[in-house]
Design a protein around this ligand. Structure first.
Ligand code: ADP
Ligand code: MG
Length: 346
């Protein structure tokens, strides 16, 4: 169901440049801040303005890539930035736009070393964009899956700790990431930077835009989804349903990232989506028989992938567990192809 047959809603603002053809509302962030129908109960118009970047101030450069919700460009705005331009066709629905703005408004409050710096957003239709700092590093996905880089245990542990620190901070702020995956984790000179937190409600509407399989599921996404989310996928069309993401589902996704770090591949690799959804939904896990790692290391996987959300640890607990992992005996034995081999000391 779409809202396309609705009367376009105009926001009563002093900014008269809103075109009559737009079905999307202007942010109503005009100087007066008189917002029709009290549309921003959680925002004052002043705080909205602080991150409202005029689109003409942005210099858009080369296309970096495109993801689920639109294109990402290198840009200039007081220095190098990344600009995520949203495909406005998927934001016709007024409710979605509002939800998106609310989500974006929470990013403004994030200040953490391991989180991408949110610089602002352009909220003037037809241009809707998110501006963040540009990461000069590579994603964990590129390291692991494209370059086949092997991380020794010290590095693996260090990366996992930084991810947990960033995620713990997000959760403490009440933000659920909803799309934690190796593609959204940059590593820059050993420093981990997490991106794209909280953007999922917008991305799900853009599935139609992307090459995806018969279920409308983008490739490389399923293995991060917790059982409770699989049930929702089974029961509903992902375009129409609000998937039950939670802090615990972020922890499940972290488990998958931990697995990628350890094994250099995704769980359920090569299996059709229907099979993955069915297995995970029933509580089945990627077998770890071939993973040569200590039980403490495997326990982290089992904890994060717990069937019941309540049994998954939070990131504070994960930090404690990671900290306790013994360093020495987990070091990679150079002769062994699996980088988490049991070495002589154990
Ligand atoms: P996905 O996360 O699924 O790869 P995105 O739309 O988030 O899709 O990203 C598209 C491309 O832009 C990816 O190659 C990603 O690495 C890159 N990218 C996204 N954000 C940034 C950023 N802040 N700095 C540098 N590159 C980025
Ligand atoms: Mg991304």
């Amino acid at each position: 169901s779409t809202d396309s047959d609705r009367t376009p809603v105009r926001v009563d603002s002093q900014d008269s440049q809103v075109s009559d053809t737009e079905t999307v509302t202007d942010g109503g962030l005009g100087a007066g801040g008189s917002v029709a129908g009290n549309r921003w109960p959680r925002q004052s118009s002043l705080s909205m303005r602080e991150w409202d970047i005029p689109f003409d101030e942005l210099k858009i450069g080369e296309l970096i890539g495109s993801g689920r919700f639109g294109a990402v460009y290198r840009g200039q705005w007081h220095g190098d930035v990344a600009v995520k331009v949203l495909d406005v066709n998927y934001l016709k629905d007024e409710k979605t736009l509002e939800q998106f703005k609310n989500e974006v408004s929470t990013f403004r409050k994030t200040r953490h070393e391991n989180l991408i710096l949110f610089m602002g957003a352009c909220m003037k239709p037809p241009q809707l964009a998110i501006v963040t700092s540009l990461s000069k590093g590579m994603t964990l996905y590129t390291h692991i899956h494209l370059r086949k880089d092997k991380f020794n245990m010290t590095k693996t542990k260090n990366v996992a700790q930084q991810i947990s620190q960033g995620m713990g901070y997000l959760h403490a702020k009440g933000i659920v990431h909803k799309d934690l995956k190796s593609k959204n984790i940059f590593v820059e000179n050993g420093k981990v930077v997490i991106t794209d937190f909280g953007l999922f409600s917008i991305t799900k509407l853009c599935f139609g835009n992307r090459k995806s399989d018969s279920l409308g599921i983008p490739p490389g996404w399923l293995c991060y989804l917790a059982p409770e989310i699989m049930w929702s996928l089974q029961a509903h069309n992902p375009h129409d349903v609000e998937l039950p993401f939670s802090k615990a589902s972020d922890v499940y996704a972290f488990g998958t990232v931990w697995y990628e770090l350890l094994c250099g591949e995704w769980p359920f690799k090569g299996q059709p989506p229907e099979a993955v959804i069915w297995q995970v939904g029933k509580g089945m896990k990627q077998p770890l028989a071939n993973l040569q790692a200590s039980s403490d290391v495997k326990d982290i996987l089992m904890l994060c992938w717990s069937f019941r959300p309540g049994e998954r640890p939070d990131f504070i607990r994960l930090l404690t567990i990671l900290e306790k992992l013994p360093k020495k005996r987990l070091e990679r034995s150079p002769s062994h192809p699996v980088h988490l081999s049991r070495s002589a000391e154990s």
